[in-house]
Design a protein around this ligand. Structure first.
Ligand SMILES: NC(=O)c1ccc[n+]([C@@H]2O[C@H](COP(=O)([O-])OP(=O)(O)OC[C@H]3O[C@@H](n4cnc5c(N)ncnc54)[C@H](OP(=O)(O)O)[C@@H]3O)[C@@H](O)[C@H]2O)c1
Length: 297
């Protein structure tokens, strides 16, 4: 019998891309899905399917014949963002059920056990709930901490103002992680298919870090060792996000997320262990990714 195909949704993203790369390196039959045909072309050995997860028919086609799938709710910044997330969670669950896919790894987040008050993470709660109700589907929900890649949005202000600003408390010590490390774990588990029923795996990064420590690491990587971190009020953070082009609604969601992190409502739920710890430090990521992007941008 032909080997069943692995399907990676969002295969050009921060996490989906390394997942697809690893599966291809392991020479597994692979189908990759995203909206940009040009970006998907990087996965030359995979079957490429161009389309949106908003389209139930596209999702059904994407999952047809899949032995295992990597699924995610892509970031969505348009109007009705929370409703969009809930709708797409339903489309993904229905697609997995219709195609009788036995295994899925879902990209979730720390805090996804909470139904509300967590900004966009509440959509990941819905995703986990919907996938958990799909008959015959074994779901591994990966719950990583805060992606290092979020710090790329600081490039503009670091360059123009010479400091790093955000709504997180300067001494908030929390799990932060390289998105590529999340992808490595997802690919390893997909290759092993070593879970049954519902499993949750938190991912805590190399160590917990504070925004002040992050600013120091970013600064050291770009020759500004004294790069300071400035905490913004929630109102100023909201205004900054709107100025950057986000809708009022999406800005409010991201401020709600920052508040939930600051208040400790979103935090690691399990103790750090070898299984939750990943290799890339903020210093290494800053040297390899942040410095390169700052030079390029
Ligand atoms: N940022 C964090 O700190 C953090 C922490 C924990 C969990 N997460 C979660 O991780 C998930 C992914 O975040 P990310 O930063 O990895 O995203 P990302 O890098 O933007 O990747 C999203 C992927 O989905 C694709 N995509 C976007 N819209 C799509 C659509 N409508 N239909 C089909 N494909 C679509 C993108 O490619 P195209 O644009 O070409 O379609 C891309 O391949 C989100 O659910 C987020 O909540 C984030």
């Amino acid at each position: 019998m032909a080997e069943k195909v692995y399907v990676v949704l969002g295969a050009t993203g921060h996490v989906g891309s390394p997942v697809a790369r690893r599966l291809a390196e392991a020479r597994r039959p692979l189908r990759v899905v995203a909206r940009s045909a040009a970006a998907l072309a990087a996965h030359a050995d995979a079957e490429q399917l161009v389309g949106s997860v908003e389209d139930p028919e596209l999702v059904r086609r994407a999952l047809d014949g899949a032995g295992a799938a990597f699924v995610q709710l892509p970031p969505y910044l348009g109007p009705g963002a929370r409703a969009w997330q809930d709708r797409v969670a339903g489309i993904l669950a229905d697609g997995l059920e219709a195609a009788r896919v036995p295994y899925a790894v879902a990209l979730s987040s720390l805090g996804a056990q909470l139904a509300s008050g967590t900004g966009p993470v509440a959509g990941l709660h819905t995703l986990e709930e919907r996938l958990g109700r799909v008959p015959g589907l074994s779901v591994l929900a990966l719950r990583p901490g805060y992606f290092f890649e979020n710090h790329l949005s600081a490039i503009g202000v670091v360059r123009s103002a010479g400091f790093y600003a955000g709504a997180l408390a300067p001494e908030l010590r929390m799990a932060q992680i390289a998105a590529a490390d999340v992808g490595e774990v997802a690919a390893r588990r997909l290759l092993a298919l070593d879970w049954r029923g519902r499993e949750i795996q938190e991912l805590h990064g190399e160590r917990d870090v504070t925004p002040v420590e992050v600013a120091r690491a970013l600064g050291a990587a770009i020759g500004k060792p004294d790069l300071a971190y400035v905490q913004l009020s929630y109102a100023d953070a909201h205004a900054g996000l709107v100025q950057a082009g986000l809708s009022e609604e999406v800005a409010a969601l991201y401020v709600e997320l920052a508040r939930a992190l600051n208040d400790g409502r979103i935090a690691s739920d399990e103790p750090r262990s070898p299984a939750t710890t990943t290799p890339t430090s903020i210093e290494a990521w800053a040297r390899e990714v942040f410095a390169r992007e700052l030079r390029a941008g």
